[in-house]
Design a protein around this ligand. Sequence first.
Ligand code: AMP
Ligand code: GLY
Length: 424
Amino acid sequence: MNILIVGGGGREHAVVQAIKKNPKVEKIYALPGNGGIADDAECFPIKATDLDAIEEFAKSHAIGFAAITQDDPLVLGCVDRLEALGIPCFGPTADAAIIEGSKVFSKELMKKYGIPTAESETFTDAEKAIAYLKNTDYPTVIKADGLAAGKGAVIVNNFDEAEKTVRKIMVDRVFGASGNRILVEEFLTGPEVSVLSFTDGKTIIPMVSSMDHKRAHDNDEGPNTGGMGTVAPNPYYTEEIAEECMERIFLPTVEAMNKEGRTFKGCIFFGLMLTPKGPKVIEYNCRFGDPETQAVLPLLETDLFEIMLAVRQGRLNSDMVRFKEGAACCVIVASSGYPEKYATGYEIALPETKEGEYLYVAGAKRDGGRLLTSGGRVVGASSVGRDLKEAIAGAYALAEKIKFENAYMRKDIGAHAMKALQEE
Ligand code: AMP
Ligand code: GLY
């Protein structure tokens, strides 16, 4: 069968490597893919948001199944378009992807169905938002409604910062139409957990939990990034908390979407905060996380492509989703200066991998036989270990062997998780 993947980051590389193991998968096309994915799939320079071109491509390449793993094509309705051509897809239709595409939608959903989340107010008018912010407690959180490449949530510490942020989002429109509406949200505290889950709209099966490291520098300093590394499982996410989340968050979310006539099929990602008052939803994503996927999929024991087929066909069951014992860690090797200014075009030398080691390429392009840096996050080095300590050591040993000029990585991926384990 010919498979189409829409997306082009490290997450997509991890998905491609996982589905390639299935004998039904003959050929994988990735749009646009990247210079590293090109080792495992045939890549074409079609943007993940160019739905017309994706449709044309799919028509002429006998695609038997498509997996759309990036947020913006999902929100734009890539699944709707490909399904209309008769191509079965993994991923939600646009009316379900709105759970990530609109934070106002997801907040209203949670309020309506009693799913625990931060208190918030919605504003469509900058002056009204600013007036409200004069009399609120700080810190508080301001969020643009729509997609904003992971930069749409801003924690502000005083009225001055709040006013500037509102003007940037609603007046200067730094995130475009995503800033037509904003949420002003209660500031929550507690460890964060990412839980990616498969759902076919009836059954929901969480994957192993994970922990992202969003800040650019060690000790969680510096600007927010797309994620500088991950570990799985997340030690804060105990079995007891997992049960509570299933009852109070995961199942109610699936049911709520069904009741709204927006059945979600695919991977739903719960961004949770374990607050002193219990787990609360910080955000929903309508897709696999990046770089969570690069730590979660190496632990998946069962077959990802079979799971994807089962999700699409509405026959998902828990036997299909099993994870290995042990732990995994992914360390992102980035271009120095990311997420702000950084140079690209440097040649990358990738090491050989042993069993339990994975290289997931994100920001790299081919130039003849050479692989050159082309983005901020360049390669993810993932490793599986018997425990978290071994996984972290393995990921760093692999990451150190990835060579290019200007390479930068955090040195403390997994340190919080290790500390949490030692305190248990
Ligand atoms: P989001 O774009 O919604 O994932 O938010 C990005 C990051 O901002 C989250 O991972 C949290 O670290 C932080 N954040 C978002 N909402 C809140 C909140 N209500 N309270 C505290 N931190 C938050
Ligand atoms: N790592 C967070 C995300 O994928 O949105």
